[in-house]
Design a protein around this ligand. Structure first.
Ligand SMILES: [Mn+2]
Length: 320
């Protein structure tokens, strides 16, 4: 469903908007939020932005980042709630409390697992990033893309396709990135920021890399980070966001998994596939979702329990 024209009409009719996106924010949802915020402001709209989580430090370089508020800081006088990059409503955390009969909910996303919630949808699982869809929407709205918006959208696309390396890298994604470059995006600044890690994070990485495990003749590899190691290192949870890439690097690994105990929030599981295994299906089996080659889910139970259950499920899949 791609109700681009309906979204344009809605934006033209209404004056006050709340934009939100998923918890555990990343470059795509933050970049998409900031670019859409700037576009709506250009059109003379009142815009608030809320994310029910801490924004990772490596995204603080994006212009306008200070306008991203927590759920409780929002004034509930908006007419439209636009939800970006979120496959289901529970992904927006406490921002859900603003749902009511009076507001129109717009669902803009690229996850194949999107549940189709909301009054109007713009869903495109072929898009490399939600930022790609936001670009299409900005064209539809006829707004001028300035360098800050271009930097935000480039960040979104580059984050989700691993700087044009992953299977979801398309001609369209690269064409839009090229256009963003022409509008003033700064890839080196973006790459430096996205790749930067704190010293505690690097030391934690060094320590946990020793504990990588493999199974299924090396086709499955995983890494678990418990709360104690995280605390002892002095790194934050967001610092470990890119750690799954190191698991992906292992020769012969078709599936890479990262298990993280998030203080007070259970176990977060990230999944990547380099082969035929559909990790979106796998994640959905455990109540999560995402994309065919990149997905995730959460567990309430212990790190050990989560690891055992998911590892067993992947081993079964790889045996088929
Ligand atoms: Mn995304």
């Amino acid at each position: 469903m791609k109700d681009k024209a309906k979204i344009r009409e809605l934006i033209n009719q209404k004056s006050s908007f709340l934009l939100t996106a998923h918890i555990f924010p990343d470059g795509d949802n933050i970049g998409s939020l900031l670019a859409l915020r700037a576009a709506l402001q250009q059109l003379g709209k009142r815009v608030q932005v809320a994310v029910d989580d801490t924004v990772p430090a490596n995204l603080h370089f994006l212009a306008g980042i200070e306008h991203i508020k927590r759920a409780e800081e929002i004034t509930p006088d908006f007419q439209v709630l636009m939800i970006l990059d979120s496959s289901s409503v529970d992904r927006i955390g406490a921002v859900q409390k603003y749902f009511n009969e009076q507001i129109t909910v717009v669902n803009i996303d690229h996850h194949i697992s999107n549940t189709g919630f909301g009054n109007i949808q713009y869903l495109d699982a072929a898009a490399a990033a939600t930022a790609e869809i936001i670009f299409d929407l900005l064209v539809e709205l006829n707004v001028t893309i300035d360098s800050a918006m271009a930097n935000a959208l480039f960040t979104g696309i580059a984050t989700d396709c691993g700087f044009f390396k992953y299977a979801n890298t398309t001609v369209k994604a690269m064409e839009i990135a090229g256009k963003m470059l022409a509008c003033g995006a700064r890839p080196q600044e973006i790459s430096d920021a996205l790749e930067s890690k704190s010293l505690p994070a690097l030391k934690l990485l060094a320590r946990v890399l020793e504990q990588i495990q493999v199974a299924a003749q090396g086709k499955l590899a995983w890494l678990s980070i418990d709360e104690a190691s995280l605390k002892a290192s002095g790194a934050s949870h967001e610092d470990t966001d890119g750690f799954i890439n190191y698991v992906r690097f292992i020769q012969g690994a078709e599936v890479a998994l990262l298990f993280r105990e998030v203080p007070g929030r259970g176990v977060k599981v990230s999944m990547r596939s380099k082969g035929a295994i559909d990790v979106n299906q796998l994640a959905q089996h455990f109540g999560g979702g995402g994309h065919q080659k990149a997905a995730g889910c959460s567990f309430e139970g212990s790190l050990q329990e989560a690891t055992e259950r998911v590892v067993r499920a992947v081993e079964e899949q790889l045996r088929k």
